[in-house]
Design a protein around this ligand. Structure first.
Ligand code: AMP
Length: 430
């Protein structure tokens, strides 16, 4: 409403309608209601698994994120939203593209490392990646993020996988799949990477341009490249699971035993990897058949025992997962329509003082969700609007009724109407 005094409407220059920025979207009430159900299920799941909620800032120091997601990686490089520095500090800040590095920072900065271990932590919030927008891929999106810090037990990985599975399953998603792999650790991975490079070098010309570049410095990423020409080659590549050191072998064997005992179906997927050095051992991903190929992952996670050190914190074992809420909400089976927000509408006739209408509404609100229609429309028009709103009740009041403390209460479904005192109305609603 920023029009200055004397700025007549007619003199406002016409300009193109302002729309949301590219790659972001509004979540309007009917859809937001579904989100609320998904979020409530996440809070409830976390509570039952003994996880505590935390919230970290959307803005983080660039260095934390660059070290956390790797400057050379997509999320750490070209996809990172950088803030123009303002003020004297000249601090280099970014919008977080994922939660884990911030959670690790908060765990140390907030001394959670001194509390009982491990710490089971979760959060829900927005992430930002300056990616090319496409179906199921946004520049601002939301994740349910779950981390266990301070334990290197394989049983924690299995617990996390079970937790994510239970949540997705409980939301009623059909066609869920879970894929599992181990990517070894600093003992066994280097020798495997030598093997992998020697496998790919003679095939270099057949790979996509990105993979040709990655071959020497990050060959693991070649395995999960989604381009058809690279997929053709990954099938014959040596599998890291066949080259694990014995502690890594024992770790994945224990995860598998625990998943089998819990009845969680999974498929070993030798091309499932994480491209960063600090990821260790278990990696997993939840897929949904009905989603389109490259965007079929609802979420994923794994163990990152090397992350804390990479960020400059004391060595801390960690494991976790991140689920994308957009894809989950998109894939939910149809559910019941949301209940109308307003259960009772107060319809004051012309001449009823605003204070009286407000008092009547306040009384109704002690029992049901209530609001008043203050517009200067006829009663008939107000009734039509009340019917569209889905309100279960309307409370009509004219000036004489207002001063006598009376009201006409009408049930919208049956049309049944009674004349009552305001106190009687409260009884009926209660
Ligand atoms: P990541 O943090 O890349 O492992 O992603 C975890 C999950 O977050 C994915 O499986 C997606 O469901 C979701 N996700 C990641 N990036 C995006 C995006 N740009 N738009 C929407 N969802 C995303």
């Amino acid at each position: 409403m920023g029009a200055g005094r004397g700025n007549k409407l007619g003199s406002v220059p016409s300009s193109p309608t302002i729309r949301a920025a590219r790659g972001v979207r509004d979540i309007l009430p009917p859809e937001r209601w579904r989100w609320r159900q998904v979020e409530s299920a996440a809070h409830e799941l976390a509570r039952r698994y003994g996880f505590e909620e935390l919230e970290t800032p959307i803005i983080e120091p660039a260095e934390l994120i660059e070290r956390g997601v790797g400057e050379g990686s997509d999320a750490g490089g070209k996809e990172l939203y950088r803030l123009l520095s303002q003020g004297r500090s000249q601090a280099s800040l970014v919008l977080r593209p994922e939660a884990t590095a911030g959670v690790m920072r908060a765990y140390h900065e907030g001394h959670l490392d001194l509390g009982p271990q491990p710490q089971r932590l979760y959060s829900l919030g927005s992430m930002f990646r300056h990616d090319r927008p496409q179906a199921g891929r946004y520049r601002q999106f939301h994740q349910f993020n779950v981390e266990v810090l301070g334990s290197n037990a394989a049983a924690i990985d299995a617990e996390l996988i079970e937790m994510g599975w239970e949540w997705l399953h409980g939301l009623g998603l059909n066609g869920l799949r879970m894929e599992l792999n181990s990517i070894g650790d600093e003992t066994c991975r280097p020798a495997y990477l030598v093997l992998l490079r020697s496998y790919y070098r003679p095939l270099k010309e057949r790979l996509c341009a990105d993979c040709q570049r990655r071959l020497e410095d990050n060959p693991l990423r070649l395995l999960d490249c989604k381009r058809p020409e690279c997929r053709e080659q990954s099938g014959g590549a040596p599998r890291i699971i066949d080259h694990l050191c014995s502690p890594c072998q024992e770790s994945i064997a224990e995860v598998r035993r625990l998943l089998e005992a819990a009845g969680i179906p999974y498929r070993l997927e030798p091309t499932l990897v994480r491209g960063l050095d600090y990821y260790t051992r278990t990696v997993f991903e939840y897929q949904l058949d009905s989603l389109d190929g490259a965007q079929s992952a609802l979420g994923g996670g794994g163990r990152y025992d090397g992350l804390a050190k990479a960020l400059g914190f004391p060595d801390t074992a960690g494991s976790g997962f991140a689920m994308g809420l957009e894809r989950i909400v998109l894939s939910l089976p149809p559910g019941p329509a949301p209940a109308p927000a307003i259960e009772l509408l107060v319809l004051p006739a012309e001449g009823v003082e605003a204070e009286a209408a407000a008092r009547l509404t306040r009384l109704a609100r002690t029992r049901v969700a209530a609001a008043a229609d203050h517009s200067p429309r006829s009663l008939k028009a107000k009734m039509r609007s009340a019917a569209r709103s889905g309100a279960r009740w309307v409370a009509m009041v004219d000036p004489a009724e207002a001063s006598a403390g009376r009201v006409r209460l009408r049930r919208m479904d049956s049309g049944e109407q009674s004349e009552l005192s305001w106190e009687e109305m409260v009884e009926v609603l209660g």
